[in-house]
Design a protein around this ligand. Structure first.
Ligand SMILES: [Fe+2]
Length: 319
């Protein structure tokens, strides 16, 4: 019972977070805003009902609510898909969210995911939204095929390791631990990567993040120069990543080979640039530096500032 209400609360929170991000990143016409608003109300209502059911373990309402929640999720995915495909005129025909009375409530704290339950986050904008800097075909393959595979393979690794723990058979431990690290890092980095870009991106950060960049790197331009060089010089596929170190209490720029090699653990990634060839080859061929330069035009600094504000709340003994 408790597991299922947790799941409902997760769905409710997930939906609201996506809607919040989508609002930040796109100009919505009245029609789409109407749908977005309806979904938002539905997710809020879902969370409220789940919180109430959690206290009432005898309720027979739960299976009904779960079925409804699954339906809402499916409709929301369909809606996101049409937005990504830039086919908003079809929304009315395929999406029929139920409306609920408007009432705000605080977002609940995220609940832990059980093994094998990771899902692919939808793109918070259409495939072609970042053109001309990042082309639609690259986005489609990168998100729908490659990121999806990291999620699937991460789930498999988690389930295989759970099975090994249950059987006490760890013969394949090295293989599954490697799969866990590679696909887990791949999934988490891509999950940061999509909202780190926006059709309204570019420019420079502001507020505390701008100040922290100035304090540690000297200036925004020297930060940008180091980050650009790091992205260009990753040996083979990998990432350039801006991280916050809760121990040193300062920012840092790191390179990661593949997804997980050369990482500095104990830090929080704030901004990640994917420099695997799949993220630029179709449009820029082997000219990674042109892709990296174009990418600065779509950086979503609002998202990075939000991650920075959360990360800074961590306080660890400095060593
Ligand atoms: Fe990638």
């Amino acid at each position: 019972m408790e597991e299922q209400t947790k799941q409902l609360l997760d769905w409710s929170q997930w939906g609201r977070q996506w809607i919040e991000r989508m609002r930040d990143q796109k100009k919505w016409n009245r029609e789409l805003e109407h749908h977005l608003h309806k979904f938002e109300e539905t997710f809020i209502q879902l969370g409220r009902k789940a919180a109430r059911l959690n206290a009432d373990t005898q309720s027979e309402e739960l299976p009904v609510l779960l079925a409804r929640a699954e339906e809402v999720q499916e409709q929301f995915h369909r809606f996101l898909r049409l937005v990504q495909l830039n086919e908003p005129e079809k929304v009315d025909a395929v999406v029929t969210p139920v409306s609920y009375p408007s009432q705000r409530e605080p977002v609940p704290v995220a609940r832990p995911l059980s093994a094998g339950r990771h899902t692919l986050p939808p793109l918070p904008y259409s495939y072609d939204a970042l053109e001309p800097h990042i082309d639609a075909e690259t986005m489609r393959i990168h998100h729908d095929k490659l990121h999806k595979k990291y999620v699937d393979d991460l789930n498999t690794a988690e389930l295989k390791l759970a099975e090994a723990r249950a059987n006490g058979n760890f013969d394949l431990i090295r293989h599954w631990e490697r799969e866990l690290a590679f696909n887990g890092a791949g999934h988490y980095l891509h999950t940061i990567f999509w909202p780190s870009m926006s059709p309204n991106g570019g420019g420079e950060p502001s507020g505390d993040l701008a100040e922290a960049i100035r304090r540690y790197f000297g200036s925004y331009s020297s930060f940008q120069a180091q980050f650009t060089q790091a992205a260009n010089k990753v040996e083979g596929p990998g990432w350039a990543i801006l991280v916050w170190s809760p121990r040193a209490q300062h920012l840092e720029i790191l390179m990661a080979e593949k997804h997980q090699n050369l990482s500095q653990w104990d830090t929080v990634p704030l901004l990640a640039l994917d420099v695997w060839e799949h993220s630029y080859f179709l449009h820029y061929q082997n000219e990674r530096d042109r892709y990296v330069n174009a990418w600065w035009n779509v950086v979503n600094w609002r998202y990075v500032e939000e991650r920075f504000a959360q990360a800074r709340k961590l306080r660890w003994q400095p060593y």
